[in-house]
Structure formats: C-alpha cells, structure tokens
Design a protein. Structure first.
Lengths: 184, 124
C-alpha cells in the first residue's frame, strides 16, 4: 500500500532555524537534495551576482514523519535566499500550510515570507524561534512589528526542542483546518 | 599533488551531466511529480524491460518500499529535475506506482486528511 503524502513548508529568513526545526521532529536526519537551475529558470529568477554561471544548484533540506500506514508527512525547509523563492510555489502546492520561522534579531528577513504566503492564501502561522540571548518580545509586539494579520496565530517555540517544534506543527494543522470550507 | 588522475572531485561537478541522463528532456510543468510524491516499484527486478539506464534501475531498487521523489534525489544523488523525468519514465512503463499529495493543481488536503495528520502528530 502506498501512503498518501502530505507536506508542511518551513519558511523563514536565512539562519532562522528552519533545518534545526526539521531535524528536531523528523524521524530521519534531515536530508538534502538539489535542484539545478539552468537557463529555463533564469526568466523568473534573479541571478544577479552569479551571472557567470551556466547552472547553479539550490539545496533543499527536508525531513519525514510517518503519521500512520496511510499518511506520511514531509517537512520542507525553503531555501532562504530571495533569489530562490520561485521554488516556494512548487513547495507550497498541495501543502497543508507553512510555518514562518522568525528570528527576532532579524525580523526584517521574515517580511517577505509572510507577504508571500498571505498573498497566495496559503494557511500559515508565525513561530518565533527563541534563540539564547535574544530579547523576548510578546506575541502582540511581533504581530505589530511584522504586520501579521489578526487571524494568523503566533506561537513561541524552540526549534531545537522536539516537543516545542511538534506543538508548532499541531498549531499549524489546527489553523489549516479552520481554513477548509465545510462540506456542503 | 603528484597524481594526474585526481582532477575529478566533487568540486568538478558530476562527470555525467544531468541532461545526458534524461537525454535532454525536462519534465512538462503539468506532469511534474511533486517532491513528496510517493514512488513504489511494482515489478520484480528481473521483469524490468531492457533499455533503461543505470539511474532508472537504481530507482527501481530503492523504491521496493514507498519513497518520495525528494528522498530518491537525496539517496541516488541526482538533481530533483532529473529524478522527476526518470520517475515519469518508470511510471509510463508501469514499473512503479505513484501517489501525489493532491489530485489537481493547487488542491489542499481535505478535512479528513488534516484530522489524520493532527491525530498522528499528537501521538508522536
């Protein structure tokens, strides 16, 4: 029997802890795969700074959680660099939703991710990754600073902690359930 | 560096370029298998027809149990685009079964699926 795959996307700026979160809940150590970008990609991709290359590769980290014999959940960390965001559409298609991981020391790196998923109507929550030594803002301060819409949950988490990461995933699935239209 | 055979390393890139493995083909956009699409081999290896490359056979062997496209790419060490083309070949020949996370483009999981995932996560 072939299980039905489901996906959750872990987004956020470079260094926000995406791979750490994937690793703390995945049943296998995070795997890395690569997509080769060739000329076909350059129409939608800003390759400024690497013009000399004929092809470049984007690394993608992911993990898996066996939910049951019927479902297997994949967690995909988005490539952080803005020039690779065209891949986000591919990752988000058919996904349950997205956790936008926020590093409060670099809030500005999260703006674009929040904007991206909001525009596309993809369910997402904001998870504030509490790094050691980072100042602790309240959820409302984060909401105001990042202009997070009212209906979008904001949770505090520690991406290194399995239980904490698991709770963020649970919160996202619950949030996604509220976005599914009730059957007629 | 005294050896003259050491020129080939990871930094040199793959010895066989990806477009050689797919014979220049790239996946059509609407036929693209998702990264999470499950691939499972449904034929014994001796029943696999001739004419497939070593990369195809590596996938056939790997997918005795269901494996995602992304995992195949990681384990066989090929770019995702190449793996999508090769899995498409195997699918066309009836050598593998595939199951994707959505039936049509942009479809998100239904409530029943979400509830199953929620129950599974809570039990972890």
């Amino acid at each position: 029997m072939v299980p039905t795959p489901v996906k959750i996307v872990i987004a956020g700026g470079f260094g926000a802890g995406k791979t750490t979160l994937v690793g703390s809940v995945s049943e296998v150590p995070p795997l890395t795969t690569e997509e080769v970008l060739t000329e076909a990609s350059t129409g939608v991709d800003d390759l400024s700074g690497i013009e000399g290359k004929q092809a470049t590769t984007v690394a993608l980290d992911f993990g898996r959680i066996t939910i049951s014999t019927r479902h297997v959940l994949y967690l995909f960390g988005t490539p952080g660099q803005t020039r690779f965001w065209f891949m986000w559409d591919d990752l988000a298609r058919g996904a349950i939703g997205t956790i936008v991981l926020v590093d409060t020391r670099r809030l500005e790196t999260s703006f674009a991710a929040i904007d991206f998923f909001e525009r596309r109507g993809i369910p997402f929550i904001v998870a504030v990754n509490r790094f050691d030594g980072a100042s602790h803002y309240t959820a409302e301060e984060i909401r105001e600073a990042l202009v997070v819409p009212d209906g979008v949950p904001i949770v505090m988490c520690d991406a290194r902690d399995r239980e904490s990461s698991k709770l963020a995933l649970i919160r996202l699935v619950k949030h996604a359930m509220t976005a599914v239209p009730a059957p007629a | 560096m005294s050896s003259d055979v050491g020129w080939y390393d990871d930094a040199a890139g793959p010895l066989v370029r990806p477009y050689m493995i797919t014979r220049g083909r790239t996946p059509a956009d609407d036929e693209r298998l998702d990264l999470s699409t499950q691939v499972m081999t449904v034929r014994a290896e001796e029943d696999v027809p001739a004419g497939l490359g070593p990369e195809h056979l590596a996938i056939v062997r790997l997918c005795r149990k269901p494996v995602s496209v992304a995992e195949i790419a990681a384990y066989v060490n090929l770019p995702l685009g190449v793996v999508r083309v090769l899995c498409g070949d195997l699918n066309d020949r009836g050598l593998v079964l595939t199951r994707s996370p959505f039936l049509s483009r942009a479809k998100t999981p239904d409530l029943e699926t979400l509830q199953a995932v929620l129950d599974g996560l809570i039990k972890l």
